[in-house]
Design a protein around this ligand. Structure first.
Ligand SMILES: Cc1cc2nc3c(=O)[nH]c(=O)nc-3n(C[C@H](O)[C@H](O)[C@H](O)COP(=O)(O)OP(=O)(O)OC[C@H]3O[C@@H](n4cnc5c(N)ncnc54)[C@H](O)[C@@H]3O)c2cc1C
Length: 396
């Protein structure tokens, strides 16, 4: 694989770098690139406005086909976009679930009417989405979903509980996996519904996290309604659509991730130099190891992305997910060791976290969401290495 920019890549890099240089100014620059994972409540209103600025010049949804308002950007350009975005310190995106998950799912499985209705406001950043998959008894074991939907005339009526629903409190719509065939088991009888959040039958209760912010929520559907047409794919065939969305979840966003990790590591090394920890041989060795592992992550991510031509990631992307989540959790632990006793002290009341304290606490969740480490290992074992499948219980 040749990792150098081709002339057309260079031109694209120059274009996006120039655009970001001219637009990441004022209140957008003042956010300092914040608002990413674990920090999503930070500067929300300004970040929402930023989404509209990006959209106005066609810099949202660049990987979508042009027919649907995207740029049809190849993977190489999406990678460049993500790299330059992080380098420019541009604000954390607010519409990641719309652009990266439900948008591509609708492009693949939606009807023309659904595409016409839902894709433009995602692209403009005027409608935000959340993902209604997990339930108290359905996380890794998603096929155990119990939330149900019944037809009532021209509508579906949805009843049940979702949990850990990121950004539900800021979302206009939720894509909900629910059971539409009473008595059905496991993967059968599920459907993929699009449900408006602003209605009486939907209650969103924030869950406070270790980081003291509430990025995710419990969502209760109690007779919530949505139009009969708002089902993606066939009724009863929701499992297939749900899996397609999961494949989009592990796509090109990963490279931007890697670059923001690099900046974080650079800041940690700078801190270790200033507070003298850089002369501790064990800390030095751990910093060097983090650097080397990050390079491995970068090459591996490029390798797995170079083999694909669409937004869905191949099973090999599980290697990157397992690796980055574990790496970042380790970085949080290393950061607290570099900070020493200062890492134990917080400002404000009850507590405000600095960057590394937030990393230390939030990174605990990264080995869980988007498929836990154990689930990634199962995927790698079964779908990448071709090992025998894990033993299944009676109901599977
Ligand atoms: C920050 C954050 C944001 C999230 N956002 C969303 C969201 O927006 N929408 C949404 O629907 N969900 C969301 N989730 C939920 C997330 O998808 C689930 O937490 C995850 O799938 C794990 O499910 P669980 O929490 O039920 O744990 P469980 O599935 O109960 O797992 C418990 C433990 O058992 C292990 N385990 C389970 N099954 C196996 C197996 N077969 N083999 C080996 N080990 C196994 C797991 O690895 C884990 O260690 C979010 C979670 C977090 C932490």
């Amino acid at each position: 694989m040749d990792l150098r920019d081709r002339p057309e890549d260079e031109a694209f890099r120059k274009e996006i770098r120039g655009w970001l240089g001219a637009h990441v100014v004022g209140e957008f620059a003042a956010l300092g690139g914040r608002g990413g994972s674990g920090d999503e409540t930070f500067g929300f209103e300004v970040r929402l406005e930023w989404e509209h600025v990006l959209a106005a010049d066609g810099w949202t949804c660049i990987g979508w086909p042009e027919t649907y308002g995207g740029r049809g950007a190849p993977i190489a350009h999406q990678v460049i976009f993500n790299e330059e975005y992080v380098k420019a310190g541009a604000p954390g995106r607010v519409s990641i679930l719309g652009e990266g998950l439900i948008g591509p799912t609708l492009i693949q499985y939606g009807t023309k009417e659904q595409k016409d209705r839902f894709l433009p406001p995602i692209r403009r950043g005027t409608e935000l989405w959340c993902q209604g998959y997990s339930e108290p008894n359905a996380g890794s074991d998603l096929a155990n979903v119990q939330t149900r939907a019944e037809r009532d005339g021209d509508e579906w009526v949805v009843t049940g509980q979702k949990v850990w629903t990121s950004l539900a409190h800021q979302s206009d719509w939720c894509f909900v996996v629910c059971r539409t065939e009473p008595g059905s088991l496991r993967h059968k009888g599920l459907s993929y519904l699009l449900v408006p959040m602003d209605q009486e039958g939907v209650e969103v209760r924030p869950i406070q996290q270790l980081t003291r912010t509430s990025e995710f929520n419990e969502v209760f559907f109690d007779g919530a309604r949505t139009a009969a047409d708002n089902v993606v794919g066939d009724v009863g065939d929701g499992w297939r659509v749900a899996l397609a969305t999961l494949a989009f979840e592990r796509g090109v966003g990963l490279l931007g991730h890697q670059l923001s990790f690099r900046r974080e590591l650079d800041r940690l090394v700078a801190m270790a130099r200033v507070n003298g920890k850089a002369s501790d041989p064990v800390i030095r060795q751990r910093l060097a190891r983090s650097y080397a592992e990050l390079e491995i992550l970068r090459f591996n991510t490029l390798r797995s992305l170079s083999g694909i031509d669409g937004p869905a990631a191949p099973p090999e992307a599980s290697i990157s997910k397992l690796f980055w989540a574990t790496w970042h959790r380790g970085l949080g632990e290393l950061a607290l060791d570099v900070m020493g006793p200062a890492g134990m002290v917080t400002g404000g009341f009850p507590y405000d976290l600095d960057e590394f304290q937030r990393t230390f606490l939030f990174s605990r969740s990264e080995t869980i969401y988007g498929g836990s480490n154990e689930i990634q290992k199962n995927i790698i074992g079964e779908r990448v290495l071709g090992l025998p499948p894990e033993p299944k219980g009676q109901l599977r």
